[in-house]
Design a protein around this ligand. Sequence first.
Ligand SMILES: Cc1cc2nc3c(=O)[nH]c(=O)nc-3n(C[C@H](O)[C@H](O)[C@H](O)COP(=O)(O)O)c2cc1C
Length: 413
Amino acid sequence: MSDLQVDRVRTADDTSSLLAQKTDKSEWWRAALGEYPTGVAIVTSLDDAGAAVGMVVGSFSVVSEHPPMITFMPARTSTTFPHIEAAGSFTVSVLGETHRDLCRAFFQSTEDRFRDEDWIPTGSSGPRLRDAAVWFEAGISAVHPAGDHSIVVGAVRDFGVGDGGSGLPLLFLRGGYGTFASSSGSVTPRDVGLNVREADALRQAVESAAEELRVQCGFATVIRDSVVVLAASRAGESSVPLVGMSFPFAAPLAPVLAAWAPPEQVRLWEEGARHLLGIVDREHLGTTLERVRGRGYALSVGESPGQPFDSVVTDGESRRSDYSRLWHQIDQEMRTLANAGTRAARALQIPIFDPDGHARFELYLGPFPDTLGPDRLAEILRRARQLVDELSADLDGAPPAGYPAVFEAPPSP
Ligand SMILES: Cc1cc2nc3c(=O)[nH]c(=O)nc-3n(C[C@H](O)[C@H](O)[C@H](O)COP(=O)(O)O)c2cc1C
């Protein structure tokens, strides 16, 4: 509102001189433009010898629906556009995320950019990419000069989608390539209510805890019905939590995130088990949570479940039946080893508390080597207990009343 008011009292002269100052510095202009995301397309046509020509554009857009008309804006300096204009028609292939190298090849005018297997000839309009996200063939209906570019308007003759091999459409933003992530699939610190300072403090804590204790660390939280890994120490060769990796928030995994949680989150955890295991054994789960609360942490046990776990969780193709099989296996193992003490300790999970005393995050330490002895475990438990206080304080949180002041190792049978 106040910006608008300021604009109204500026005179036209003021505004144009401000603009002149800014566009004088063309890097400012480019930086400003870089904030606007565009798709990326290759416009092709044929030169007068019948050879394919093409250029990368970010300026492709749709002009009209009835009749269908499209546009792109070539620079006046483009050496390709005169051929397109002379041909009188062109083809637009919208690029997918796998086309980054091809895009560079065009940008750098590399020789073999029209490899036969990639392109389908379309007659006079120039070839189209076999796996274009979408393509359009058009006849040029107008070319309007506009500053150092031209606005080319094309009447669409045909259009279609490619063979689906190029993934999601390629996007260009701030001088770099990326692609679209739907809000349901991508997670930023802000999505989980973290500000930059908190996210950074937790990230550093993960790195330094990993270094100090010589074990890998990751921290995770519950987002909707999934546990999502938000930060992880650098990957080693064994199984590691990868940032962005997610798996169902379903009992009996991630008990720390249910042991100090509001009732609706506990219910989510239990219902997740119903979904994957077919039943909810409330009594057993109640005992599990009681034990975790009593100790202040959870100890993962068993023959390294890392391998099957990682392969199911990191494989984008995994189905409910794969998760279900994995959950059955883990559930079985956890029941068998419930009283194994420290014998089969694989990893430690500790809560990071918010100001309400809820476990907002879990810090995961592990996997431990097979040779982890009692002294080493005691050392890890001691430091882990301090980390609960330190990391919770980073979030202005603290352990709730009754939280153990010391982490005892579980009694061995
Ligand atoms: C992402 C991206 C978007 C581009 N968009 C345009 C555009 O809209 N118009 C244009 O003239 N050049 C654009 N370019 C630059 C041209 O692809 C490049 O300068 C091209 O080689 C044109 O010069 P040429 O016709 O002489 O080969 C873009 C380049 C990239 C990497």
